[in-house]
Design a protein around this ligand. Structure first.
Ligand code: COA
Length: 331
């Protein structure tokens, strides 16, 4: 059976930083409240010239560089986003044009904050079935365009950014994606949703905003990420002590800590950067993975656990045995 591994990775975040102190000037909140309830200190905000495709293309270029592939060699581009450039075409097609990857088949996946993991599932399965020889998987979000900047329940949580990985078959036995499990619950879709499309220039954008029942979302996030991970560990006959590093969706440090506690996962095995970037939805795991890679936290043979939860509701966990990627900055 073909094993599929991550052979390249990269990320991009906009320059503009929005701190909790900046938010104090917009809504009735405080730096202390935001840190205590979410762990977030600051988040990045895209400039008016940036979009999910422009940020995604920069992350994608870095991912291709680490994979030592040229864009023409890419077979498939999947972009996970719930804040696309427009309703259509897909943001993946926009990225295809920006990076000049004419031989790729392109589409988006909208599974909100779970989108990067859903895209890993789809991309790896299409490579395993030998329909495609590689895939560029990008999580990219411009959530700032969906935020109601008068709603203190939501505007404190989200940020913009992009992360990308390249998937390829690996000849290294036992490396690559081990397995995954996902769940969905459309009956609870109204707990977290966005009105209007995130089209930068459309009048409809004025109507676009995120609506959330924070406490219910919190409870569902903790319980679903815990249970899907436990099920995946059982399915793959993996013990929690076998996990070297968990990279969860960066929604909120309290959610991450509660899931880690439920799984009996030590804090030093859980990667977090939510303090720096807030919740970047589908971009959060690939941004964190790239940061963990450049922080030298990933070693060959490490068992990585990704787990995510998002609007839909959708959730999932992926187990992956880390292979070899050379840091291009050290060559
Ligand atoms: N600053 C100050 N006070 C705030 C506030 C803010 N930004 N947002 C809400 N409050 C107030 C509420 O109005 C409420 O006041 P009241 O008691 O006078 O009515 C109080 O704080 C408590 O509100 P509550 O909603 O119970 O807070 P909470 O502890 O649940 O924290 C969230 C709110 C949003 C941080 C929390 O519910 C959460 O993280 N939910 C999950 C969100 C998420 O991760 N979504 C994405 C999933 S992918």
């Amino acid at each position: 059976m073909t094993q599929v591994a991550i052979s390249g990775l990269g990320s991009y975040v906009p320059e503009k930083i929005l701190t909790n102190f900046d938010l104090e000037k917009l809504v009735d909140t405080s730096n202390e409240w935001i840190i205590e309830r979410t762990g977030i200190l600051e988040r990045r905000i895209a400039s008016s010239l940036e979009s999910s495709s422009s940020m995604g293309s920069l992350a994608a270029k870095d991912a291709l560089e680490t994979a030592k592939l040229v864009p023409e060699e890419i077979d498939l581009i999947i972009t996970a986003t719930c804040s696309p450039d427009g309703m259509f075409p897909s943001t993946a097609n926009r990225i295809q044009a920006l990076i000049n990857a004419p031989n790729a088949v392109c589409f988006d996946i909208n599974s909100a904050c779970n989108g990067f993991l859903s895209s890993l599932m789809v991309g790896s399965t299409l490579i395993k079935s030998e329909h495609y020889k590689n895939a560029l998987i990008i999580g990219s979000e411009t959530l700032s365009r969906l935020i109601d900047w008068t709603d203190r329940n939501t505007c404190i949580l989200f940020g913009d950014g992009a992360g990308a990985v390249v998937l390829e078959p690996t000849s290294e036995e036992n490396y690559g994606l081990t397995d995954f499990l996902f769940g969905s619950d459309g009956n609870n879709a109204d707990l977290l949703y966005a009105t209007g499309p995130a089209t930068g220039e459309s009048d409809l954008q004025k109507e676009a905003k995120i609506i959330m029942d924070g406490q219910s979302v919190y409870r569902h996030a903790v319980s679903t990420m815990t249970s899907i991970t436990k099920d995946l560990l059982i399915k793959t006959n993996t013990s929690i002590s076998d996990i070297d590093l968990c990279i969860p969706h960066q929604a909120n440090s309290r959610i991450i800590n509660a899931v880690a506690k439920n799984l009996s996962l030590e804090n030093d095995k859980v990667y977090t950067n939510v303090d720096q970037f807030g919740n970047t939805s589908a971009a959060s795991i690939p941004i964190a993975l790239t940061q963990a890679f450049y922080d030298k936290m990933l070693e060959k043979g490490n068992n990585l656990l990704f787990t995510a939860f998002g609007a839909g509701l959708n959730w999932g966990s992926v187990l992956l045995n880390w292979g070899t990627i050379k840091n291009p900055k050290e060559q």
